[in-house]
Ligand binder design. Sequence first.
Ligand SMILES: [Zn+2]
Ligand SMILES: [Zn+2]
Length: 663
Amino acid sequence: MSNGNINHSKNTGKTRNKPVRNNKNKNTFLKGSSRKTEAADKKPYKKPESPAKAPVRKPEARKTEVRKPEVRKPETRKPEVRKPEVRKPEVRKPAPATFVKTPVRSASKKSRKQASRLKIIPLGGLEQIGMNITAFEYEDSIVVVDCGLSFPEDDMLGIDLVIPDVTYLKENIHKVKGFVITHGHEDHIGALPYVLKEVNVPIYSTKLTLGLITNKLREHNMVKTTKMKEVRHGQVINLGEFAIEFIKTNHSIQDASALAIYSPVGIVVHTGDFKVDYTPVFGDAIDLQRLAEIGKKGVLALMCDSTNAERPGFTMSERTVGHVFDNLFNENRNSRIIIATFASNVDRVQQIINTAYRYGRKVAVEGRSMVNIISVASELGYLRVPDQTLIEIDQVKNYPDDQVVLITTGSQGESMAALSRMAASIHKKITIKPNDTIIFSSNPIPGNEKAVSKVINELSMKGAKVIFQDAHVSGHACQEEIKLIYSLVRPRYAIPVHGEYRHLTAQAHIAEDLGYAKENIFILSSGNILELDENGAEVTGSVQTGAIYVDGLGVGDVGNVVLRDRQRLAEDGIIIVVMTLQRHSNVVMSGPDIVSRGFVYVKESEDLMEHAREAVRTALDSCSDRNINDWSRIKTEVKDALSSYVWKTTKRSPMILPIIMEA
Ligand SMILES: [Zn+2]
Ligand SMILES: [Zn+2]
């Protein structure tokens, strides 16, 4: 999906003399390890003229002690930037003592060539929603933030999931210290079971996130072979050259984290998916205070969620949905209530349970992913269900309509999800009836509108009342929240993440409004290598990235060729031509027989099929006249003749498969 995509990245403006540099790597996959940084070629870093420029940090020299990858309290942490010069110099100088004695020569070309820079390499997740995965690399350490999947597009026939190409991580496996996961949504954890098979390193995250990951790994029988370490908000873990602090945020799933990534050249703040919710349903509000403290230390770059960057204002608090539920339950006292929402939104489920309890209704849960997540969340204490509130789906029929609520999956119109099956009257246990009130507590994700509309039509035809308004708030920050984060973190560079190209540019415009110079805003493509240090930032090349299709048990065995075949088969069907030829002489012993599927209904098109056979016979005769004996040539001739005949008479181009048998 992102292979060879256009390089939209901006440079710092210092490469004006070498305009080719930024784009010449399009379609070329450079291995990060074999590429030279060419740092010495650059002019010195020019400070941004923006009012939001970061305070100048004094890098303190610090002993290179051996750090153990254990979880430490934030108080003991000293994430100050270390001088690049005290790090092991790659170029061995004859007099290392003098080298160490004159460390502050960062302006000179010579020493800058020796200093390492931080590399930020998004391996997916840019210019798309989904498949979030970003590598942070400094010398011999790579830390990977998130490892998500994306769901197939309409033209990816038969594909179940799409996962990122992690060739770069496999090639640098000795450097990879671990996965740091921001939260438990599929677009951040979904590819772990597949990627861990090749890059088996420990996973660090918060409790609920790890609970959901464990659940996923259990399905793949991988719990025992995977190391997982729970991290609490406020804690810092050390991974190679990096220290990573988990910071509490709000999102449409609990236990979401922003990350402060401390590297030897500066701090990068990654927001993860977030919103600012001052009155969350569960737990604390986002730790704005900590973000401000880190901002005061001086932050090199901010990677901020762009999903809602086009939307003005603030995202409403999750709690407002609770009030909406109260009103809806009140207005529909006599109906059976069915609510469709995202399986992972535990807070939403909690609010439905709370309202149901207040109105004396029992709650049943339907849909495999919903049941899974609710059981993990309540086991870990993220969901509080009053005793005897939950009932099994089989028991729903034993209660009067006004005493039950059904929470279900299918809010996106997914064809196999519970609500869609109810709407299509193929659900085994629930039959939709006129006294039902069905609430969609979700917005259709772009692309799902048609499917959702179909489900609503089907439900309405059965006489049910469908409510689609106000029973949802987003889990992502709108423009004013994004501005708040920039103002607290005050990064030197802005790197919009998580979104399609339009979302990323929307955030870039916000940053410009805040006074950031264009050259300090980087809109990256998946695979780009962004190198940065105190002196500057620039895209220096790219690594291999792409989308790997998962179809059933097959991972990566369905490529573009197979997909193109599937599309063709779906559009115009297939014609198979079978003929038996005598060995050597190539005399036709039997056939040609023509079999087709998905092309025309043969019984009503006998003429067409007879003429098609005639076209094949003519092609075979012509081959023998011209002394063409090679079977692959004969096949091509047959294929061409048949396809031109079919196109002339039907304007269709089915796949044509000639098969020659030997007599
Ligand atoms: Zn999310
Ligand atoms: Zn996400």
